[in-house]
Design a protein around this ligand. Structure first.
Ligand code: ADP
Ligand code: MG
Length: 277
């Protein structure tokens, strides 16, 4: 009586503290080819811990390719070649002797089109995030993990009473948050998101942006987006990619988001962020 009501969405149980400290991901002189065609040219970018980095630029300039290189998905394409280094806290994820699953267990990925397993339950979709990387969790810890991931993905309140219903029955925005929850099951240190809101309505987009802002406190986030307002809203640092006149994609300018949007150094950056091409 007389006290304000607790805010909606207040988690019923505190979320466990992150297991590992925040990670720095450092791409150094990344060049990439598909067959003989070079699509990235000496891209260097440091993605700082606890911050959101936005990758922006026109279609075809290599943003998705760069993102996939950051968790070794690139090498799954048979024609793909790579030069350069990707350092996770100083250690190259491509070092010979390091297995691909090492990178996958620390670096999660969310794609443009929400892709939960449609007939699998919400609960099992989250647990599947572990299985995809070959990790296991004790039966007794599963419930807590599922709850933790769904809370962090901003979905718990909406689905806690129907964890056994199929993932495919959720709305598009909820499906994308389920995919975020699935990617969090490994407790990743870095989360890569390739246009995660492009297939969603504005309301779902805002909900996911809020989720990203909260996650950034414990996961280093890299997001590709075509939405300049979104890049401005969610990121603290930004890199502008361009592939001019058939040349391979490269970073024209990178830096603090406020600076990139407020007073970009390169004319092409200013044209792009202001929607002039
Ligand atoms: P963006 O995400 O910025 O739109 P992409 O990274 O998807 O750009 O593509 C960069 C270039 O690499 C494009 O010219 C694209 O056609 C080419 N590319 C992407 N994936 C492949 C692939 N698997 N095989 C051959 N070429 C590809
Ligand atoms: Mg892309």
């Amino acid at each position: 009586l007389g006290y304000p009501a607790p805010p909606l969405g207040y988690p019923m149980r505190p979320v466990a503290a992150p297991a590992a400290p925040l990670a720095t991901l450092d791409a150094r002189a990344i060049s990439a080819w598909f067959g003989s065609r070079k699509v990235l040219d000496r891209v260097s970018l440091t993605m700082q811990p606890g911050r959101v980095t936005a990758l922006i630029g026109p279609s075809g300039c290599g943003k998705s390719t760069f993102l996939r290189i950051l968790n070794r998905m690139h090498e799954l394409v048979p024609s793909a070649q790579l030069a350069g280094e990707v350092l996770l806290d100083g250690a190259d994820i491509y070092d010979t002797g390091r297995r691909i699953t090492d990178a996958r267990r620390q670096i999660g990925m969310v794609f443009q089109k929400p892709n939960p397993f449609p007939t699998m339950s919400i609960y099992d979709n989250v647990v599947a995030g572990l299985k995809l990387t070959g990790l296991k969790v004790r039966r007794s810890e599963k419930d807590a993990l599922v709850e933790e991931c769904l809370i962090k993905a901003g979905l718990w309140r909406e689905v806690s009473d129907r964890l056994r219903s199929p993932g495919g029955a959720l709305s598009g925005g909820q499906q994308q948050r389920l995919c975020i929850a699935r990617s969090l099951a490994i407790r990743p240190r870095v989360l890569l998101m390739d246009e995660p809101c492009s297939a969603l309505d504005p309301t779902s987009t805002r909900v996911i942006e809020e989720t990203i802002a909260e996650l950034a406190a414990e996961v280093t986030i890299v997001i590709v987006t075509h939405n300049m307002q979104q890049a401005h809203r969610v990121s603290q640092q930004c890199a502008f990619f361009l592939a001019e006149h058939g040349t391979p994609g490269a970073i024209v300018e990178s830096g603090e988001t406020e600076q990139m949007f407020g007073s970009p150094v390169d004319r092409r950056t200013s044209d792009y962020v202001n929607g002039r091409f």
